[in-house]
Write a new protein. Sequence first.
Length: 178
Amino acid sequence: MDQRAVERALARMARELVERGQGVEGLSLVGIHRRGVQLADRLADEIERAEEVRPPVGSLDITLYRDDLMAIGPRPVVGETRLPEGGINGRKVVIVDDVLYTGRTVRAALDELADFGRPSRIYLCVLVDRGGRELPIHADIVGRRIETAPNQRVEVLVPELDGRLAVELVGGAEPEAA
């Protein structure tokens, strides 16, 4: 996806979030570090453009909630978790991530959110769903679904970290058609 395709997907996803949430009231976005944070900000910008109200935005660093924490080394780098203004209790919380694959990142995000309160509803919003789930987790709102081979990676690029906005499929052969 080039920049225009990503921007179109984000605009559509923002409209879907407002529709599912029955408006902006009580809606909060929480991006998963790293690129989910930038995508949550972009979605909030889109919602503000359309609705003239910006939903609160926060961030989650799931490092300490990962089920493979021991595999990443004795001193993991932990980033900041910042709840949206007003907290999450009783709110409709949207977890935003760049790529949904096994579901383990989302499971960790759900565990962390539970430590901070009880939302009235949680939605999962991802820019790319590449399949390959290991856990029974699905996204409510998806920018694009793609089939990938196990040896391929989906890289989401954001200007704040990568200098441009795009989605790239990296490595391996194309998956065979079913």
